[in-house]
Structure formats: C-alpha cells, structure tokens
Design a protein around this ligand. Structure first.
Ligand SMILES: [Zn+2]
Length: 307
C-alpha cells in the first residue's frame, strides 16, 4: 500500500465518536476498512501474492485461485488468530486512542463485556504494540533531557526512565537499567538528531562521551518536568501504579504516542494510525507478551536490550 493511499485513509477517518459509530456500524464496514488499509482494497494471497482470490467464511478468509493457499484477514498481522470480530477491535482502538488518559484493563473489560481480565489485558498490550511508530524522526532542533524514577508504590524499588522532550513538541521515553554515559549515549543517538542542541540539568552522565555529536548546555529550567509529572500521574491514576517493570516500556510507548498527538485535530485520527499499525505489524502471541522482558526498546531499532 502506498503512502499516498494510506494518508487518504487517515484523512477520511471519522473524527468524532458519532462519526465513528456511523462509519463502523457493522462487521462489513470494519472489514472494508481493514482490506483497504492492508491491501489497498484488493486482498492478495499471502503465499503467491495473486489477487485472484475467492471469498470464504463470510469474508474472513480468501482462497487463492492460483495456488489454493488460504489467507485470513488477520494472518500475519498483530491481530493474527483473534477470535473476536473486527468491530470489537475497532471499538477498543477507539477507546484507547481517544481518551486523554487511555484506559485500564479493568475498564476495557467492563466496556467490552469480556469474561476475563486477562483478555482485556492482552488486548491492551497488542494495542500498545501498535502505538510505536517505526522509523520515527529523531527529535530536534532543541531537546531537553532528563530522567525520572517511577513505580515502587509500597516498596523501595523504583524504575529509571530516560526522558527527551522537544520544546513544546514530541517526547521519547526509555526504561533504562542505569544512567551511565554509555546508556545515555545509546538513548541520545537513537532518539535525538545529531545536529540538535541538547539541554540537560547538569546530570553528570550527559557529557562529552554521551553527547559527542550534539551541542550541549546545562540549564536548570528542566522543561521535561511537565512530561514526567504527567507520566507519574498517568501511571498512578489510570493504572493504579500496578505496572510491572518488565512491561513498563510498553506503557511508556503508549504515553508518548498519545502525548505526541495531543494537538491532533480530530481524536479519531489517532485511532486511524493505530489501525494502520495493527495491519502493518507482525503477530504478537500471548506468550511473547507475558515473557517480554526487553528494556530500552526505543534506544535504537536494532538493539533491543542493554549491551
Ligand atoms: Zn496464491
């Protein structure tokens, strides 16, 4: 699918809850949007790429007329093997993307009528995975860096989060093992443009070694504090401080995704981006969600864990 038609889909996406409900009133409506987002309107065989396909199982499956391979709507996407209608997924996407403070698994369970908390929890994790945009532009030209300790409610253990924020712009957050110069360098190089000017509050870790490309100044203004106080309030409020360290990065990604789109005109357009990503990203089995232990996911696209 070309960038042009993807942008058209994004532009035409319902902007309000009323418009959303009218546009995606039936399973067929959602399926049509999914097919448009995934194949530009013409489903293709996942094995041989032929577009000569027969529709099977009420539109959920396509059988290839050339090689007989069966391709399902969701195979090879983040929603692979889902047993729930797309209409329910679209609804969940709308809920998580349009609420300023997101939604807890408990609330999603109640809204969607899920029998189990675990189902709601795993849905939110898949949706969070869809909230990381690949090939994100590095931050610039003026970036403030900071760090914050989160979690540890009722216990001594806190988790370190590195923060980089453009002046009144986008933020990046990374769950880090520590704040030594090597870790900071990987964070900075992965997230901040080489020609950016970086301002820190004088933390010793940001020095010639961690900022060898970027220009650097120390300043006590600490503009990241607005972001970090919102982040802390969100983790304690929406999620009642119950985020496990091994899942923290996914929550940080969700926070940054929403924060970076806080000025988007028409809340529905955020949902459009999430659906785009559900289509584009590979499957995420429950086992991976539970076992996921990678930290520092947004340091670079290739290096997932601390060196
Ligand atoms: Zn085929």
């Amino acid at each position: 699918m070309t960038q042009h038609s993807r942008d058209d889909l994004w532009r035409d996406f319902p902007k309000t809850a009323t418009e959303f409900e009218a546009r995606f009133a039936t399973e067929e409506d959602c399926r049509a949007h999914w097919i448009e987002a995934r194949w530009g309107g013409n489903p293709a065989c996942a094995r041989c790429n032929s577009t000569r396909v027969w529709i099977e199982r009420g539109g959920f499956l396509f059988e290839c007329a050339d090689c007989r391979h069966q391709t399902s709507l969701t195979s090879g996407t983040l929603l692979e093997k889902t047993r729930k209608p797309l209409k329910m997924w679209f609804r969940a996407v709308f809920e998580i993307s349009t609420r300023r403070t997101g939604i807890s698994a408990k609330d999603l369970q109640r809204i969607m009528g899920f029998g189990s908390y675990k189902t709601a929890w795993s849905w939110l994790h898949k949706l969070r995975a869809a909230m990381v945009r690949p090939q994100r532009e590095p931050l610039g030209p003026f970036v403030q860096v900071d760090e914050v300790l989160v979690g540890g409610k009722g216990g001594p253990h806190k988790e370190l989060v590195l923060v980089a924020a453009e002046a009144d712009g986008r933020v990046r957050l990374a769950h880090a093992e520590n704040n030594d110069a090597d870790t900071l360098k990987r964070f900075v190089d992965g997230q901040i443009a080489a020609d950016a000017q970086v301002v820190s509050d004088g933390h010793a870790g940001y020095n010639k070694r961690s900022l060898d490309k970027q220009r650097h100044e120390s300043d006590a203004r600490q503009g990241c504090h607005w972001t970090t106080s919102l982040l802390k309030r969100w983790l304690l409020g929406t999620h009642a401080g119950a985020v496990r360290p091994k899942h923290l990065q996914a929550y940080l990604d969700e926070f940054a995704f929403r924060h970076n789109r806080r000025k988007t005109n028409g809340v529905g357009r955020i949902a459009a981006r999430v659906i785009e990503q559900l289509v584009a990203l590979p499957p995420l089995p429950m086992r991976n969600i539970i076992d996921e232990t990678t930290r520092c996911r947004c340091f670079t696209s290739t290096c997932l864990a601390p060196a």
